[in-house]
Design a protein around this ligand. Structure first.
Ligand code: SAM
Length: 227
């Protein structure tokens, strides 16, 4: 069956082929640099041993495996993804690990797991959706966080494409979602503030193209007319 996209410009809605070979493709395209980068970023999330973590758009479980290394016996991770190919790889990876579970769930629609987490992690997912949908995803994150819970977003940083080299601009436009173009130009600290989060830290990678943004849930939600 041919999978159809919910959002035509999205490239985070992967084809079954790309999903099946996702980790290998990332290693290949990054000339082997991805493994070291993601291990470093996972180490900078600030995971506590007892954390319960919700991983939105968890993919193959590669990030979850790195987060799991930092958890103690009471810590746990729940990965959510829409693709069967991701479910198969994720469940295979954690076959013998009771602390990690998977749920086939769309994250771009409102859902409620009736469960609260210490940390919601979302990696290379948000840029691939229209802004209105990103807000639904972040509302889902908010709904599943305990009071004072943390949201960690690993994704593109804010930067101006115009100030990058011609070759960078070409590759970015060719391989990235059209949606990513407005993601990189959005003021995420302001947007997160409006959605009830306070940004507490950030780390940059790959010449400031990628950012790990760490925020905490605060109670007050500012209402804004702007997108
Ligand atoms: C670019 S991959 C990132 C995977 C993983 N977070 C990582 O950093 O390796 C995007 C992931 O989002 C998932 N995804 C795309 N649309 C989704 C949706 N509507 N609901 C849940 N997951 C979705 C894809 O199946 C894929 O696993």
């Amino acid at each position: 069956m041919k999978a159809s996209k919910l959002y035509p410009e999205s490239k985070v809605e992967l084809t079954p082929f790309i999903a099946r070979h996702y980790d290998r493709l990332l290693n290949l395209l990054s000339f082997g640099a991805y493994g070291g980068f993601i291990a470093r970023a996972a180490g900078e999330i600030g995971i506590q041993k007892e954390d319960s973590i919700l991983d939105l758009g968890c993919g193959t479980g590669r990030n979850a495996a790195l987060m799991l290394e930092q958890l103690g016996p009471s810590g746990k991770i729940k990965g959510l993804d829409v693709l069967q190919e991701m479910q198969e790889q994720f469940e295979r990876r954690f076959e013998k690990e009771a602390r990690v579970t998977f749920l086939r769930q769309r994250i771009d629609v409102t859902f409620d797991l009736n469960e609260k987490f210490d940390l919601v992690f979302i990696s290379f997912v948000l840029h691939g959706f229209p802004q209105s949908v990103r807000k639904i995803i972040l509302e889902n994150a908010r709904r599943h966080l305990r009071q004072d819970g943390r949201l960690v977003i690993l994704d593109y940083a804010e930067f101006s494409l115009h100030q990058r080299s011609f070759i960078f601009r070409y590759i970015f436009r060719k391989f990235e979602c059209a949606y990513a173009l407005d993601f990189i130009e959005s003021d995420w600290k302001r947007i997160l503030g409006e959605l009830g989060f306070r940004v507490e830290g950030e780390k940059y990678y790959f010449r400031n193209i990628i950012r790990l943004l760490k925020a905490r849930l605060v109670n007050e939600v500012k209402l804004s007319a702007s997108g």
